[in-house]
Write a protein that binds this ligand. Structure first.
Ligand code: RIB
Ligand code: CA
Length: 314
């Protein structure tokens, strides 16, 4: 895939942090235009700090960070400190950032970055609740036609993780997700069905740590903490490394497989936030997303380990 200009919208979060680092380790494939942050795993006051902590850890304070929405469009904010810890980056003690946030709201930054470049050249990689992305689509009516694609971590074909039916990112802001999935923008969806195939096992964690240096030590601490909740809940050998799947696909699409499906967002009732994926196209509706369902987990972790090793050289 040719080098892609991306905006990474996130709610760091340990797995978001690894996604940021992976993007920084792929300069040949990815031009990281900016990071936009949203409330999700932890409140905006922390996600806007955490993104800069990770950039400074990797020596990349040059990447612009814009703060976005502090709450979902309609629902009250629900956060996930039970998974990520009270800071959102528990497991690593990182210095407070010295780099200021960029002026302006993330929604306006997304619009400006996309509309100032040729059509169909900018990708949004979204790995948190879709509040910023949805508002940008609504505020700039031409954005949907201008974007290359939105590649997102969210949803599930089958079971949820924050309710029996819903995955966290979609559940936190289902109305934003509905706007995105109805936007007509080419979508690539990485749901729990595929992210739960890339587990941070002890062996893989050791390989990441063996890179050596401050980045590897921080990655080890972050993922060691991140592992504990899901390993206990799922009785699994490691936690699913959700968000880096989006970046890994942008680097090497051959790692994953899926198919085009109609996807709707449940907006009410006990299943609110569920992505209703019509995998067998029973309703004969047009497909609005490529839904990923398979991944080569060993190749994924080989790529991740190799690319994070490049950051030690900084
Ligand atoms: O459900 C997993 C998703 O929710 C990941 O993006 C994680 O960081 C949280 O935001
Ligand atoms: Ca996230």
């Amino acid at each position: 895939m040719a080098r892609q200009a991306i905006i990474l919208d996130c709610d760091p979060g340990q797995d978001d942090a690894i996604a940021i680092l992976l993007a920084l380790g792929a300069p040949e494939e990815i031009e990281l235009l900016a990071i936009t942050v949203v409330a999700g795993n932890v409140p905006l006051g922390l996600t806007r700090v955490n993104a800069r902590k990770i950039l400074e850890l990797a020596g990349r304070a040059d990447v612009p960070v814009y703060a976005g929405c502090e709450r979902p469009l309609v629902r009250p904010l629900e956060t996930a400190e039970h998974v990520h810890g009270e800071t959102g980056l528990n497991g690593a003690v990182l210095p407070e950032p010295t780099t200021p946030l960029r002026d302006g709201h993330a929604v306006d930054a997304i619009i400006e970055l996309v509309m100032s470049r040729p059509p169909r050249t900018v990708t949004i990689a979204a790995v948190g609740p879709l509040t910023n992305v949805a508002l940008a689509i609504r505020k700039e009516p031409h954005l949907s036609q201008r974007l290359r694609q939105i590649v997102l971590m969210g949803g599930a074909i089958e079971l949820g993780n924050i309710t029996p039916a819903a995955e966290f990112n979609i559940y936190v802001d289902p109305h934003a997700a509905d706007i995105v999935f109805r936007s007509g923008v080419p979508l690539v969806m990485f749901g729990l069905d595929v992210t739960h195939q890339v587990l941070v096992t002890g062996e893989r964690l050791a390989q990441l740590r063996a890179n050596g240096g401050r980045v590897a030590e921080a990655v080890h601490g972050l993922l060691d903490f991140f592992n504990r909740f899901d390993m206990e809940r799922y009785d699994a050998p490691g936690a699913p490394l959700h968000d880096p799947c989006v970046i890994a696909w942008l680097i090497d699409p051959t790692l994953f497989a899926g198919k085009d499906c109609p996807v709707e967002i449940e907006l009410e009732g006990r299943s609110i936030g569920r992505t209703l994926v019509d995998w067998w196209n029973t309703d004969r509706h047009p497909a609005n997303a490529t839904v990923m369902r398979e991944v080569d987990a060993d190749r994924f972790f080989t790529l991740l380990t190799e690319r994070l090793a490049r950051l030690q050289a900084l």
